[in-house]
Structures are given as C-alpha cells and as structure tokens.
Design a protein around this ligand. Structure first.
Ligand code: BG6
Length: 315
C-alpha cells in the first residue's frame, strides 16, 4: 500500500494520510509539545519526531528498547532532542568556518515533511523530506534536497539521501548520531573498531595515531573519531544477552561517545546518572572523509540497526 501525503495540518490523535486509492492512519501525539508519530506493527514499535525526522524510540517485539532517549531532554522546537537518532547534517561537530553557529548542523533542529508511507507485511516505510530554505541558506548557502527513508520492521533501517540542486558543487559532513540503551556502560563493549586508527577528541593533539587491539571498554569519558572504519559493529553487554548490531556500509567514519559524570552534569538535558545507561556509536562521513557532491548528483547512505540474541542473524 503506497500513499502520498502532505504534512499534518493540525495535531490530533490520529494522522490520516489520504492517498489516491487508500488511507494510512498513524497515531500522532506530542512529547512536551513536539509532534511525534507512533508506529506499531507486528514487528516493532517506534516513535518518530517530525523535527529532524528523528527516530526517538525503536523496540522490536519481545526485545528490550534498542535506543536511549533522555528523560530530561527538552522537546522545545528547534532545540536538539537528546536521544534516538539525530541526523547531523550538513556538518558534524563544529561549523566548518564559524564555531559560534550551532554544532552538528541544522537538520536535527528543523521540521521535516512526512511525504510518503508504505505498509506491508514486513512493516512500515516512512519517507521524510527536507530542503533548503531561507533559514538554512543564511548559515549554509547551498540548495539541496534531502530525504530520509525509515524502514520499521524486525530491524530499523535508515536511508539518507542528499541531492545537489545548486549551480555549483558543495561539501558536507554528516552522521547518524545513534544513542543506544545499555544496561550498564562499564559492562558494555563495542566490537568492530579494533585496529582502526582514532582521534581522541579529549586529546586531539595526538592525532589519528592511536589504535587498540581489543573491543572498546568504558572506564571514563570517551569521545573518539574513527576513520577508515568498516561500518559494521556490535554493542555487547555482559549480563544481557541482547546485542545491538550496526551496519552502515558506506559510512567510513565512526564516533564513539559517552559523556561520563562531569560532562553529563554540564549538558543539562540528561539526568545525572543517565550516562550509565547510554552509549553513542555514530556512523557517517566526517573530517577528512567529507563528501563533495557535484551539481545534479545524489548520494545515499544506509544504516541498519537491530537488536539480536546470539543465535539470530538479522543483518
Ligand atoms: C558527539 C561528539 O558526536 O556528540 C561529542 O563527539 C558531543 O563531542 C556529542 O559532545 C553531543 O553533541 P550535542 O551537540 O548533541 O550536545
């Protein structure tokens, strides 16, 4: 079933999407004033904010929640929501030339348009679109069309596409800034970044000259950028058998972040102990792996996330 829709004109309990031959009904609600869509099907339950087309929650049936969402997040319009999967675009981290401009780009702070929904036996696919406007051109002077397809089935799949509709090429960096829920960070490991050079953002003067031979463990604030990475990682927890599987084949940059005690206190939108139950493993193209997009060109990146028990193989 495929329907094409306009964004909801007003907020009510049900978003009715009318297509030519069918109707899709989704539940719209609010998180402290932010309109969000709640999707439930036989495979999963998910919550998605219109702002940033940000997946806030994803839980496969019979599994624990895959993503972490801060209980202290503010949901004010145009403020970044702490948790789920913010999409950092068109720059990751500091603005390339002006550090006073908001970090991680504007895509996560602005409303996207829900353009298209399909629903079948394998779940739902929601397509959100976002394009340049006066506000974005004031801080990033390029014309673009962006699209995020969100596939909600047994796994969560995101496909982010950018088209250059400008008259000259442009550069961008981006990341799927995924926040994962973990039982206890000190008993959590990340597998898949062994023997990969990383930059420690807490000691950047050392450059990309460090690597570790073993899975990453967490004993202090961690903020690392990996390059030339495979895009395939696992988050393994000592006590819970559930693993998070991450697969982003076109994303050669990875960021691993946990703010620990003091940075959590400084952030202001996380409860003081929340660092113990979250971990960011982000996939994208950042730093030297910047993307240059020619006129009329389109580029796409996919991210598949799944929760799995050892005997299953989903991705
Ligand atoms: C991570 C960065 O990607 O995002 C960290 O590596 C940063 O340095 C974190 O603190 C959160 O950023 P923000 O802008 O969402 O507070």
């Amino acid at each position: 079933m495929v329907v094409t829709i306009s964004p909801p004109e007003k907020l009510d309990k049900t978003t009715v999407v009318r297509g030519l031959s069918c109707e899709w009904r989704g539940q719209t609600t609010e998180y402290e004033g932010q309109p969000v869509l709640v999707i439930e099907n036989k495979h999963c339950r998910a919550v998605i904010a219109y702002q940033g087309a940000q997946v806030l929650e994803f839980q496969r049936r019979g599994h624990a929640p895959l993503l972490w969402l801060s209980e202290a997040s503010n949901f004010l319009p145009k403020r970044a929501i702490r948790g789920g999967i913010p999409l950092c675009f068109p720059w990751f981290g500091q603005h390339p030339t002006d550090p006073s401009i908001l970090s991680h780009g504007f895509a996560r702070n602005l409303p996207w348009t829900l353009y298209h929904v399909t629903e079948d036996d394998s779940g739902h696919v929601l397509t959100f679109t976002f394009r340049d406007n006066e506000e974005t051109r004031a801080i990033w002077p390029h014309a673009f069309n962006a699209m995020l397809e969100i596939r909600l089935g047994q796994s969560l799949e995101l496909k982010f596409s950018v088209a250059n509709v400008d008259k000259k090429p442009f550069d961008f960096t981006f990341a799927f800034h995924s926040y994962f829920a973990v039982d206890q960070i000190t008993e959590t490991k990340v597998v898949g970044l062994e023997n990969t050079p990383f930059l420690d953002q807490l000691a950047p003067e050392k450059g990309f000259h460090q690597l570790e031979r073993f899975p990453i463990e967490f004993h202090a604030e961690t903020d690392r950028i990996y390059q030339r990475a495979t895009g395939e990682y696992q988050i393994v927890q000592e006590h819970s058998k559930q693993r998070a599987l991450i697969d982003a084949p076109d994303c050669s940059s990875a960021i691993v972040w946990n703010p620990w005690i003091e940075k959590t206190a400084r952030l202001g939108d996380m409860d003081k102990d929340a660092w113990q139950n979250m971990l960011c493993v982000e996939c994208g193209k950042i730093g030297a792996e910047v993307v240059t997009l020619g006129v009329s060109k389109v580029v796409s990146f996919t991210l598949t996330l799944a929760s799995s028990f050892p005997e299953e193989s989903l991705i």
